[in-house]
Write a protein that binds this ligand. Structure first.
Ligand code: GAL
Length: 980
């Protein structure tokens, strides 16, 4: 198609910047005149080698001149360390109506040291972008450099904590590192831009929630620098920022974009509480500085992050995390309908749900505030299982894809209905009307449909909402009104199909305009119909799938009306193929659909035995399912149906983990004679940390010695402990950190990070001082060794741009009472990063430094033991076992590891599966007991090694006690999984 001169596109805007083409003319390149929103659902995007334009006006994005409502979900490749499974999650999103995936790319995950970058294996961004394009999803790319995301340092690499210069400012040292990062990311992204047909990258975000220095030159220069850097790296898709809290920051023209106009969108985020009223944050909102989209009237309403759940903090007294079942209960399917429909009703047409698949903050990825699971209560759970929250996402996503009227809505005349908040909108081109009926009360509300000329009853359940439409096209026919929710309309072969949905048992009335008396056949289920005054009324109580075939009535193409209850609607799978549209009904998931000749080829999953039914292009007579031919017959509703049900998934057996354990205690570092001569001497006297170096002390901060992740050991040598009464060990770890100390091999005790007071939380400095008495027998002349193990949590995030990721980790100062020996310190943290598993896999425990976590490690000499255990002692003990799985090929079993014990027992466990650090269990803090084990790391057909590194306070008996595998979900189907 021809490019509108005013459409933002690659060519025009790089010309404006004078970067790629050396041109100098400034081109205004936004606000394109769109083409009419007609025709069937657009083909999903692909790396098709063609050029595309991405423009926008105040209503929506315009892709190749056609309106696009972005219905996106966030997932983080770094929270699913098994690249084969990216395809699984992406296919589930695509099938359930999402058209876009939004991702953060986390700097720390790819960079163990300055100038060292890794984009291979589990870090293969190119593979992720290829997979997204193959799945037919657009990509919103968000590489920071700061991302927040409840990840270590908010995405900043550990090494950045030990560098000069203020992060998130225009400081030249910081910017030089940022450029290093962006150069690496952009070299990959530039190959996947939708504008160039290399992939499906649609939009690109710079920074995240940057609400500091907004009016200062350093903030504006920083944003301008990022903008220009990204453009000069060849990224030509629209750029945007995610404004925290709808401050109206970083709207167009708020910083220097090098003369380029129209390449910048305004985006803001929101995580509204389920207990509050859904906010009006779109163009139709009340406006003002906190009004969301109203801050930028000429760009479309864009929410790059809207809460799809919420992260759960650690358990225990201070944080009180309750686990993700609770998060999913509070922000359930009704929450999604109520809040997301309010967004649509406010004119928001770019919508991204954070998170849609949360995944796992494995290894040392989590920021101090969160534990290992980042399930988030999202629509797809951490075990990759669909939840009921997909129902509204599926219904709305399919609707926005198939019914173009929703991409351009203006407010229409106010409508009032007692007990409900009603939004009334209309499409100025098609004159379709849309109503969002929201019930903010705690009782269901029975009302009458607010469409003129009708008296239809509608019930809106408590704290829920429903979307109704009038005057939209269902194929060639027009829907005058319905109290069922529209979901899609498509053409399959000779007939058109429209799907309307609602709750099971709901009485629905659907009125279609028909110029003359149509022929109506109730093909399946029960429905009544009548015709008068050019209107066909179909009445049906929703129960499974009711099918009504309408032929004639002034239109030659038949319309099959499918009335589906909610549970049934998520087993209806519309697909676009080059040969035409296909609708599949039955299986738990349809991953791919293609048509060749007379065959519709489907891949997907079943859980229970189910028939499969297909409405396909003309001439299709055969179906294959996961490669196998199905016996089919043609139905009177125009479909092909399998003669036999597809089998469901068989039973998955998991072994008990009672036997075969071997045990070994480590921490030789606590012994006086341990050779620490190869450790790093603590000789530094200055630091770039925001934690001041205490007067008279060497720098003890682990990051300054290159140790950024996990545990750190210190050994302090001194002479003469006479008179020493106690030793004070000041340390800084974040949330659940701890410290344990030994003097001359004698345990002094364990100190755990206490509940901090509010002010120390605000400053991000979770620091405290452990004071241990020096045993009288050790208060002697001569040489002494103080051994200290510090369990760190990770670096703080830097949400306020105050360099809080640079708060010290590890010991900070050591003093004695009664004596003042000169202590010379050495320290040891993690070894050189594992080249495959990466920098965040290991800390500095003896076992980690010596490969005790690895499957190849020979543990034959260790003591054979059985669980449960109840040993008492301060320090580190490892347990290893092997187990075999023999899950049927063709079954996708998602497996978790459960740890449980008496919550009074003070110990924690690092879980290593086949060498991969799958997270940290803290028995007396919780709330997490189940740890997802991603297939690929878990060998579902073969042998696995489990190693548990148990760190015990020494104050109580310690486990492990109960250790078992659990099935998080299983389906026949799945994706091929390569071993990681
Ligand atoms: C947002 C932020 C995300 C994440 C989220 C909470 O404000 O942009 O990175 O931290 O909050 O999960």
């Amino acid at each position: 198609m021809g490019l509108s001169r005013r459409t933002f596109n690659a060519l025009a805007c790089t010309t404006a910047l004078g970067l790629a083409l050396g041109g100098s003319a400034a081109v205004t390149c936004a606000y394109a005149a769109p083409t009419a929103p007609t025709g069937p659902a657009p083909a999903p995007p692909a790396a098709d080698g063609r050029r595309h334009t991405i423009g926008f006006d105040r209503y929506s994005l315009l892709v190749d001149g056609r309106r696009l409502v972005v219905w996106s979900g966030e997932m983080h490749p770094f929270r699913l360390p098994s690249p084969s499974l990216w395809r699984d999650v992406l296919q589930k999103m695509r099938a359930h109506g999402y058209n876009t995936v939004s991702i953060y790319v986390s700097w720390n995950y790819h960079s163990p040291a300055p100038e060292q970058y890794d984009f291979t294996g589990i870090r293969d961004l190119d593979l992720f972008l290829r997979t997204a394009a193959e799945t037919g999803l657009y990509v919103i790319l968000r590489p920071g450099p700061y991302i927040n995301a409840e990840i270590d340092g908010g995405g900043f690499p550990g090494w950045l904590t030990a560098t000069k210069g203020a992060a998130r400012t225009a400081d030249p040292t910081y910017l030089s590192y940022v450029d290093e990062w962006l150069t690496q990311v952009n070299a990959i992204v530039a190959r996947h831009l939708y504008t160039k047909g290399g992939g499906t990258v649609l939009l690109y975000q710079i920074e995240n929630e940057y609400d500091s220095h907004v009016t200062e030159p350093t903030g504006r220069d920083y944003m301008a620098h990022l903008y220009k850097k990204v453009r000069s790296d060849g990224i030509d898709v629209p750029l945007f920022h995610n404004d925290k809290g709808r401050n109206g920051y970083w709207v167009p023209s708020s910083f220097d974009t090098g003369g380029e106009q129209g390449g910048w969108l305004y985006g803001f985020d929101g995580y509204p509480s389920p207990d509050k009223l859904p906010p009006d944050w779109g163009h139709f909102g009340t406006g003002g500085i906190k009004g969301g989209a109203t801050a930028s009237p000429r760009t479309p309403g864009f929410v790059p992050e809207f809460g799809g759940g919420w992260f759960d903090p650690w358990g225990g007294a201070w944080f009180d995390g309750k686990g993700y079942a609770e998060s999913r209960r509070q922000r359930d399917a009704a929450y999604e309908r109520r809040f997301y429909l309010t967004n649509l009703a406010n004119g928001i047409t770019l919508h991204s749900v954070y998170m849609t698949f949360g995944g796992t903050s494995w290894g040392w990825l989590p920021a101090p505030v969160v534990y290992t699971s980042y399930d988030y209560g999202a629509a797809i759970d951490e075990g990759r299982q669909p939840t009921a929250k997909l129902i509204p996402m599926h219904q709305l996503g399919q609707l926005l894809r198939h019914v173009p009227d929703f991409a351009k809505l203006d407010r229409a005349a106010d409508v009032t209905v007692d007990g409900l908040k009603v939004y009334h909108l209309t499409n100025p081109d098609t004159h379709a009307h849309v109503y969002v009926l929201r019930n903010d009360g705690t009782e269901p509300v029975d009302a009458t449909l607010p469409v003129p000329g009708t008296d239809l009853p509608v019930t809106v359940p408590a704290r829920d909402a429903r979307l109704l439409a009038a005057g939209i096209a269902l194929g060639r026919r027009k829907l005058r009104y319905s109290n069922a929710r529209p979901m899609l309309a498509l053409t399959a072969g000779r007939q058109e199909i429209a799907v309307l949905t609602g709750q099971s048992g709901e009485a629905t009335v659907t009125a279609l305009e028909c110029a003359s008396l149509p022929k109506v056949t109730v093909v399946e289920g029960e429905a009544e119909h009548s015709y008068a005054d050019g209107l066909l009324r179909i009445e049906a109580e929703l129960d499974g799938l009711t099918r009504v075939l309408v032929t004639g009535g002034g239109t030659s193409t038949p319309l099959l009306l499918l009335l589906a209850d909610d549970e049934t609607s998520v087993r209806l799978w519309p697909r676009e193929t080059p040969s035409g549209q296909v609708l599949v009904y039955g299986p738990a998931l349809v991953r791919t659909a293609s048509v060749s000749g007379e065959t519709v080829r489907l891949t997907g999953d079943t859980v229970r035995a189910t028939e499969v039914e297909v409405w396909g292009p003309r001439g299709t007579r055969r179906i294959t399912w996961n490669g196998g031919d199905l016996k089919v017959h043609a139905t009177s509703g125009g479909s092909l149906r399998s003669a036999e049900p597809l089998p469901g998934v068989g039973k998955v057996d998991l072994p008990a983990l009672r036997d075969g354990w071997r045990r070994k205690t480590e921490n030789p570092e606590s012994a006086p004679g341990y050779d620490d001569s190869a450790w790093k001497p603590a000789t530094r006297t200055t630091s770039y940390s925001t934690t001041p170096v205490p007067a008279g002390q060497p720098v003890l901060f682990a990051d300054d010695y290159g140790f950024h992740y996990g545990d750190v050991w210190y050994r302090g040598h001194f002479v003469d402990a006479r008179g020493a009464e106690s030793v004070s060990l000041a340390y800084s770890t974040g949330t659940q950190g701890l410290l344990m100390a030994w003097l001359d091999g004698r345990p002094l005790g364990t100190h755990r990070m206490p509940v901090p007071d509010n002010s120390s939380v605000r400053q991000g400095s979770w620091a405290d001082t452990a004071v241990f008495a020096v045993p009288e027998e050790l208060r002697t002349a001569g040489a002494h060794v103080l051994s200290v193990l510090v369990r760190r949590m990770q670096h703080d995030q830097d949400g306020k741009a105050q360099d809080t990721h640079k708060v010290a980790r590890g010991l900070t100062a050591v003093t004695f009472t009664g004596a003042a020996p000169q202590v010379s310190w050495r320290l040891q943290g993690e070894a050189v990063p594992d080249p495959v598993r990466g920098p965040q896999n290991n800390g500095g425990l003896h076992g980690e430094r010596h490969g005790w976590h690895l499957p190849t490690f020979a543990d034959g000499g260790w003591e054979a033991v059985r669980l449960p255990r109840a040993d008492q002692g301060q320090g580190v003990t490892w347990y290893r076992t092997r187990f075999r799985l023999a899950v049927d090929a063709g079954v996708d079993a998602s497996v978790g590891l459960v740890l449980d014990d008496d919550p009074a027992r003070a110990y924690r466990v690092q879980i290593f599966l086949n060498g991969w650090n799958m997270g940290q269990y803290i028995n007396d803090v919780g709330p997490q007991h189940t740890f997802a084990l991603p297939n690929g790391i878990l060998r579902t057909r073969g042998s696995n090694t489990l190693a548990l590194a148990v760190l015990s306070d020494g104050t109580t008996p310690s486990g492990p006690s109960e250790v078992r595998l659990t099935l998080l979900g299983a389906a026949a189907g799945g994706v091929p999984v390569a071993a990681v």
